[in-house]
Design a binder for this molecule. Structure first.
Ligand code: C2O
Ligand code: CU
Length: 441
C-alpha cells in the first residue's frame, strides 16, 4: 500500500495468499487477499480528502471494488456494467472519489461476490471526522465468517442451493480482523471507540458486551443520537456497521465475555475483554461528549416524495419464482428474479426509475421466512418506520435488516444520476434473484 501527499494514494492488488485464521495448532488457509492481508489494508482518510486507489488485479479471475456506504460517483461504485467493465485478471483500475461523509465504511468486490468475499476480499474504509470525539483508543473489529474444513481449508460448494434457498453460506469460524481471537486486551478506565463491520457473506451477529454498557454513536457510518442498543445487544446484518463508545468499567485483572447470541441455541463467545493489571486510567468515566456531527446528507422531502415499494419473495418454504431452476433463481423483488452469478448489473432492466433530486419513500415488505439485509448503493436512507411503527432513531443507513415477515419503510433523495444496485447483502441471496437496479434519470 502506498500513500503520498494530500489525497493519499493507495494500491491494493488482490492476490492469492495464505493466512492463519483458525489459530495456533491449525494450518494456514489459502485465501484471496488485498495486499496479501486478511482483512485488506485499513484505508484511512480525512473527511474532505480525495481518495485515490490504484488497483491491480492479481487474482485468477475478474473483479472490481465496491466502496460500501460511501457516496461516490456512479462510475466509481464498482458495479460491473453500470459503473465500469470488470477488471480482468492482470488488469488495473484507478478509483478516485471525494470523501463527503465521515464514518466507518468498507470495501469488497462486486463480481462473483459470494465466492470472492468468502475467500477474504474485504477491508475497512475509515473516514475520520473533521472534529473527532475524544476517546483513548479507536478500535476496529472487522468480523469475518469462514466455512472451513477440519484441515482449515475453505470448504467448497459455493452457491449450493441448500445455502442459497436458506440463510446463505454461514460458516463455522468467526474472525476478528482475520483471526480467531480468544482475548482482546483493554485497560480499566479507558474509553474505546469500537468500530464494528460485518463483512460476512451471510451471518448475522447480536453482540452482548457482558459487564459493559456500550453506547451506539453511529450506524452504517452515519451518526445517530447516542443510545444504548435495544435489549443490550448490538445486531449487525451482513454489510452493516456500528460505532460504539465503551467505557471500560472493569477492574485490573478482570475479564468479560463478548457473546454472539443471534442464532437461538448457538450462542458462542466471540472474544473476551481482558483487563491488564495496570492501574485504572481514570476513576470515573471520561466526561466528554460522544455525539458525532452529522454528515452533509440531503434531507428527504417527505411531503413531495414518490412512493415505490419493494416486496421480497421466495426462498425455502416461500413462493419460488416461476423461472426457478435447480441453481435458481430462488428469490424475487416485486416478482422479478434477476438471475446472475456475477453480481453484475449490466443486463438488468431497472426495477424502479426515479428522477434526479426526487425524494423516494420505499417500504421493503419481507414476505419470506428468512432474514434479509437490504442494501442500496449511492444513497444513504433514513429508516422511517418498522412494522408500521415510527422508527425510534430515524437513523441513516445503507443496509436495513429485515426479519421474517417484517416491513421497513425508508426515505432517500436520489441525488446522483445513474443505475444503482439494490440487493440483499446475504450474497447467496443476491446472486440467486434478490437484486435489482434503481435508475435515476
Ligand atoms: Cu456491500 Cu452491492 O454491496
Ligand atoms: Cu436475503
Amino acid at each position: 500500500m502506498r500513500r503520498w501527499g494530500r489525497g493519499r494514494r493507495s494500491a491494493c492488488p488482490p492476490v492469492r495468499a495464505r493466512a492463519n485464521l483458525a489459530g495456533t495448532g491449525f494450518p494456514d488457509t489459502a485465501v484471496w487477499a488485498y495486499d496479501g492481508r486478511i482483512p485488506g489494508p485499513e484505508l484511512r482518510f480525512r473527511q474532505g480528502d480525495t481518495a485515490r486507489i490504484a488497483f491491480a488485479n492479481g487474482l485468477p479471475e475478474a473483479t472490481t471494488i465496491h466502496w460500501h456506504g460511501l457516496r461516490v460517483p456512479n462510475a466509481m461504485d464498482g458495479v460491473p456494467g453500470p459503473s465500469q467493465p470488470p477488471v480482468p485478471a492482470g488488469g488495473r483500475f484507478d478509483y478516485e472519489f471525494p470523501l463527503k461523509d465521515a464514518g466507518t465504511f468498507w470495501y469488497h468486490p462486486h463480481v462473483n461476490s459470494g465466492v470472492q468475499v468468502a475467500h477474504g476480499l474485504t477491508g475497512a474504509f475509515i473516514v475520520e471526522e473533521r472534529e473527532p470525539i475524544r476517546v483513548d483508543r479507536d478500535l476496529l473489529w472487522l468480523l469475518g465468517d469462514w466455512r472451513l474444513t477440519r484441515e482449515a481449508e475453505l470448504a467448497g460448494g459455493f452457491g449450493h442451493p441448500m445455502d442459497a434457498t436458506h440463510a446463505g453460506r454461514i460458516g463455522n469460524t468467526v474472525t476478528i480482523n482475520g483471526a480467531v481471537r480468544d482475548r482482546v486486551p483493554v485497560r480499566a478506565g479507558e474509553r474505546v471507540r469500537l468500530r464494528l463491520i460485518n463483512a460476512a457473506n451471510a451471518r448475522v451477529f447480536a453482540l452482548d458486551f457482558q459487564g459493559h454498557a456500550p453506547r451506539v454513536i453511529a450506524l452504517d457510518g452515519q451518526p445517530v443520537t447516542p443510545h444504548a442498543p435495544a435489549d443490550g445487544k448490538v445486531v449487525l446484518g451482513p454489510g452493516q456497521r456500528a460505532d460504539l463508545v465503551i467505557d471500560m468499567a472493569g477492574r485490573p485483572g478482570e475479564g468479560f465475555d463478548v457473546v454472539d447470541g443471534f442464532y437461538p441455541r448457538m450462542a458462542y463467545r466471540l472474544t473476551r475483554l481482558t483487563y491488564s493489571a495496570e492501574a485504572p486510567l481514570r476513576d470515573s468515566p471520561l466526561d466528554a461528549p460522544i455525539a458525532l456531527a452529522a454528515n452533509p446528507l440531503p434531507e428527504p422531502d417527505l411531503a413531495g416524495a414518490v412512493r415505490q415499494d419493494v416486496v421480497l419473495d421466495g426462498g425455502m418454504h416461500g413462493a419460488m419464482p416461476k423461472n426457478a431452476g435447480p441453481r435458481g433463481p430462488f428469490w424475487a423483488l416485486n416478482g422479478v428474479a434477476a438471475m446472475n452469478h456475477q453480481s453484475m448489473g449490466h443486463h438488468l432492466d431497472p426495477l424502479i426509475t426515479v428522477k434526479r433530486g426526487q425524494t423516494q419513500v420505499t417500504a421493503f415488505v419481507n414476505e419470506t421466512g428468512w432474514w434479509h439485509p437490504m442494501h442500496l448503493h449511492g444513497f444513504p436512507f433514513r429508516v422511517l418506520s418498522r412494522n408500521g411503527r415510527p422508527a425510534e432513531h430515524r437513523e441513516w443507513r445503507d443496509t436495513v435488516l429485515l426479519g421474517p415477515r417484517e416491513t421497513a419503510e425508508i426515505a432517500f433523495v436520489a441525488e446522483e444520476a445513474g443505475d444503482w444496485m439494490l440487493h440483499c447483502h446475504v450474497l447467496e441471496h443476491q446472486e440467486t434473484g434478490m437484486m435489482a437496479v434503481l435508475r435515476v434519470t
